[in-house]
Design a protein around this ligand. Structure first.
Ligand code: ARG
Length: 458
């Protein structure tokens, strides 16, 4: 059933109707649509645009529709054009002529904008809560492994010793920024568009402050064209979701590497691993791989939204109906990933011995040898060169810097004394990196504690 019937002589063909219809994906906003309509009808009643009794009937009818949808008594009609049309049609079928007054001084254009904002505001908070939980899980793990030595990498080559806790806290920082990005996004989204109507506002004496208050928005939109025709709040949310996926994807990649036999820094719990149908020995990190893979969907959704919006003249165009599947998919995907990722991380078994073993190879204390020389008066560039020669000598002799005899050190530079061996033990190297933001166990413990105690609530 179309609401705009009057002007037309023919019905839409079935295929055109299916093509045009959005109810299959916008019906998930039924609560917000009803909430928006209740607020609108209440405002119309209070402003004397419709009678108080008419507003009362409408509100009552809408509440009953909501109940019936929730209880499963009322099913969506997939032939309807969209959720707005469906609910208005159902209302009129139930309460008669009063139902036809609901759409006074309103258009589906401001209606759809308010529905999506109401819906997405809740989803921003949902994703945010999931990130809070993830950050707390990371911080607790970091505290547990604050003094676990592991190799830090650049170019995926062993670079300098760090602690596993420090590595984990790097991700906590990223997710904390993601939380603040969501907060920013929520602030900008918090503008109430109802009253913009189709595009040019209205001649009725509406009071937009009433609807704003009833719907819990922070403020009202200032321009009726803008109110119905931007979707920057979808794009911004999708962008924030994309960045979350970048972080989750990098973390997943590391988890995948860490549980390979080449690293074996961790082992995932059986509940978060899968086997192979042919190779009996396999234990695969499918969950982490899926999270990494699903990042592509969310980036794609963001690109969809940007592309849909970039070339359309003000104000509303039907292109904009394409916003919903993209942003809903992005939200659903991120939530699904976080639901799997957080407990996977929480239950993983860390294998400190293997991290320590990996850190012992690859001359990752070479910088510390050079630093020792520098602290003993040798200019850093000379110290760097001398240490390079020592590494070359170690490779020749098949040994490492800890085991290379002092005579070898002295041959390269006579400043060396026995003391150098203490300075290059991995535990010592790490413990000395106490400059703020560094991997020393005490730093990690302090940072982890701060995050654990931090009130992340909105
Ligand atoms: N289903 C439409 C959408 O999602 C609702 C707005 C329709 N407005 C219109 N003038 N056709 O964008």
């Amino acid at each position: 059933m179309q609401l705009w019937k009057g002007r037309f002589k023919k019905e839409l063909s079935k295929t055109t109707n299916d093509f045009n219809s959005s109810i299959s994906f916008d019906s998930r906003m039924y609560r917000e649509d009803i909430e928006g309509s209740i607020a609108h009808a209440t405002m119309l009643g209070r402003c004397g645009i419709i009678k108080a009794s008419e507003a009362g009937h409408i509100v009552q009818g809408l509440k009953e529709i909501l109940e019936d949808i929730e209880s499963g008594k009322l099913q969506f009609d997939m032939e309807a054009e969209d959720i707005h049309t469906f609910i208005e049609g159902e209302l009129t079928a139930r309460i008669g002529d009063d139902g036809k007054r609901l759409h006074t001084s309103r258009s589906r254009n401001d209606q759809v904008a308010v529905d999506t904002k109401l819906y997405l505001k809740k989803e921003v908070v949902n994703v945010r809560e999931m990130l809070e939980e993830l950050v707390k899980v990371i911080a607790k793990k970091a505290q547990l492994y604050s003094s676990t030595v592991m190799p830090g990498y650049t170019h995926l080559q062993r670079a300098q010793p760090i602690t596993f806790g420090h590595h984990l806290l790097a991700y906590a920082e990223m997710f904390l920024r993601d939380i603040s990005r969501l907060d920013d996004c929520l602030k900008r989204m918090d503008e109430m568009p109802l009253g913009s109507c189709a595009l040019a506002g209205t001649t009725y004496p509406i009071n937009r402050e009433i609807t704003k208050e009833l719907l819990g928005f922070d403020r009202i939109t200032n321009n009726s064209l803008d109110g119905v025709s931007d979707r920057d709040y979808c794009i911004e949310f999708a962008s924030a979701l994309s960045i979350i996926m970048v972080h989750l994807s990098r973390f997943s990649e590391e988890i995948i590497m860490w549980c390979s036999w080449e690293f074996k820094f961790i082992e995932l719990d059986d509940a978060f691993s899968t086997g192979s149908s042919i190779m009996p020995q396999k234990k695969n990190p499918d969950i982490a791989e899926l999270v990494r893979g699903k990042s592509g969907r969310v980036f794609g959704d963001t690109m969809t939204l940007l592309t849909v919006m970039k070339g359309i003249a003000l104000a509303y165009n039907k292109d904009m109906q394409e916003d919903k599947e993209a942003i809903f998919d992005a939200v659903d995907t991120v939530k699904m990933c976080l639901t799997a990722f957080t407990p996977m991380l929480d239950t993983m078994r860390v294998i400190p011995e293997n991290m320590r073993k990996a850190a012992a190879g690859g001359f990752i204390n070479a910088t510390d040898v050079a630093d020792w020389l520098t602290k003993n008066g040798v200019p850093f560039r000379d110290a760097y060169k001398a240490t390079g020669e020592l590494v070359a000598r170690c490779i020749e002799l098949g040994t490492d810097l800890e085991s290379l005899p002092l005579e070898e050190y002295k041959q390269v530079c006579d400043v060396f004394t026995d003391d150098v061996y203490n300075a290059i033990s991995l535990e010592y190297c790490v413990s000395q990196r106490t400059a703020f933001g560094g991997p020393a166990p005490e730093n990690v413990r302090e940072q982890a504690e701060k995050i654990i105690d931090k009130d992340l609530k909105l």
